[in-house]
Design a protein around this ligand. Structure first.
Ligand code: HEC
Ligand code: HEC
Length: 372
């Protein structure tokens, strides 16, 4: 009796459903939140010439083809990241300037300069010591959180960024392809910055004249460049305790930056407590680290003026004059900042060598350029 009652109910239900106008099986995306399309990321093989160290991998954020591609789209997308839709990461990190901006101090979306100079983004995959001039971001993906919300950079709000990404016509499928997610509400800040970091890690600069002469053996230095390299820049042939530019102590090949923290003598303060931008000191809390900054790479240095964390030197000549002056003798100044005297011929040779570090192919490599 009871069974019979159920059966009648079921038939009634069928009749009701059968009369409805909309089909029961709906379109591909039934509830707005589900994303369809490929969801199995393809591992990305990061190719690095054998004369560079092995790139550091991040088990929390392995590279995939789809993740790198998503990151590239995000990196160049002004409509997502800035409040006025006019700025993206690439506004301050321009490929044609080896991912710097040509300014002493970076100009944010409000048109006001920040405290520091935009950094080049090449060969980040070899830095084990924290990102930014002061190393305060231990992880590359974590670094990308800050420019988005920094008032003096993109000045945006992550909730707003994530809302735009979830509602976007194209990004949800890219996030699914890169991270295998099923619903738009799984698009998070963490996945967004991880995609950006995946793209950034692929930016490798290793095809300068220096590489072709030194590692690939396909070109020769001029006599002047050779003098700059052997007698002035690198330290291998230098007897100890000679006054010598010794740039290679900290800017050593093949990356041309040791990624360690040094006071290279630019700060003219009366004591370590009077340094305004304390750099690494603010990260460690140790007074002895005040005024220390991470040695940046000198690859593509001829393209990335002005120089130093605050863009204080406009030219490489000014940089050499600074190192020649021997700094300001603050107690934590690195012992390799000795001061030295160069003849005009030697100075020109050191400059000529620095120019051999420019990698022209980087500047137009379509893998790092804005998506079509
Ligand atoms: C307004 C200009 C500006 C914008 C926009 C900007 N950056 Fe930067 N970037 C900088 C400056 C300035 C620094 C150095 C910051 C510091 O040391 O305090 C920097 C540093 C970095 C570094 C550290 C590199 C290293 O070697 O440690 C990375 C990575 C980076 N930016 C990525 C990004 C990404 C990704 C975006 C977009 C989400 C972005 N930047 C947007 C100016 C900018
Ligand atoms: C003791 C280590 C050390 C030595 C030796 C050294 N540097 Fe540096 N260099 C640094 C550090 C650290 C910075 C970043 C300082 C800052 O911005 O406050 C830097 C910054 C630079 C910059 C600016 C890079 C940029 O992206 O703005 C240039 C150019 C440079 N050095 C060239 C040289 C040359 C040329 C020599 C040799 C004459 C030399 N350095 C010797 C540690 C060193």
């Amino acid at each position: 009796m009871i069974r019979h009652f159920y059966l009648v109910g079921f038939l009634v239900l069928l009749a009701v459903v059968g009369c409805r106008e909309e089909p029961v099986t709906g379109p591909e995306v039934p509830d707005g939140g589900t994303i369809t399309g490929p969801d199995a990321p393809t591992p990305y093989a990061l190719e690095v010439p054998d004369y560079l160290p092995a790139p550091i991998t991040d088990p929390e954020n392995p590279l995939s083809e789809e993740g790198v591609e998503l990151g590239r789209h995000l990196f160049y997308d002004a409509s997502i990241f800035s409040t006025d839709g006019n700025m993206s990461c690439a506004s301050c990190h321009k490929q044609e300037l080896a991912f710097t901006d040509g300014l002493g101090r970076a100009l944010g979306v409000r048109g006001e300069p920040g405290p520091r100079s935009a950094m080049s983004l090449v060969n980040l995959a070899f830095n084990p010591n924290g990102f930014n001039w002061d190393g305060r971001s231990p992880k590359l993906w974590e670094q990308a959180i800050h420019p988005v919300e920094d008032m003096l950079e993109l000045d945006n709000d992550w909730e707003e960024v994530i809302r735009k990404l979830r509602e976007h016509a194209d990004y949800p499928a890219r996030f699914r392809a890169a991270f295998g997610i099923d619903h738009t509400d799984e698009i998070t800040r963490e996945l967004t910055v991880k995609a950006l970091a995946q793209f950034e890690r692929t930016i490798i600069s290793a095809d300068s004249k220096f590489d072709r002469v030194f590692y690939q053996n396909t070109e020769f230095f001029t006599e002047q460049e050779q003098l700059g390299a052997d007698s002035l820049f690198f330290v291998e042939n230098v007897p100890p305790a000679t006054l010598h530019p010794g740039c290679g102590h900290c800017h050593n090949a093949p990356t041309f930056g040791d990624n360690k923290f040094h006071n290279n003598g630019i700060e003219d303060a009366s004591s370590l407590d009077d340094i305004i931008d304390k750099g690494y000191g603010d990260v460690t809390g140790s007074r002895f680290d005040n005024g220390k900054f991470r040695t940046p790479t000198l690859r593509n240095i001829a393209l990335t003026a002005p120089y130093m964390h605050d863009g204080r030197f406009k030219t490489l000549e000014e940089v050499i004059d600074h190192y020649a002056s021997g700094g300001h003798n603050l107690e934590n100044e690195d012992p390799n900042i000795t001061g030295f005297t160069l003849t005009e011929r030697e100075k020109a040779a050191l400059l000529a060598f620095l120019h051999t570090l420019t990698d022209e192919s980087l500047l137009t490599d379509p893998r790092y350029a804005a998506p079509e």
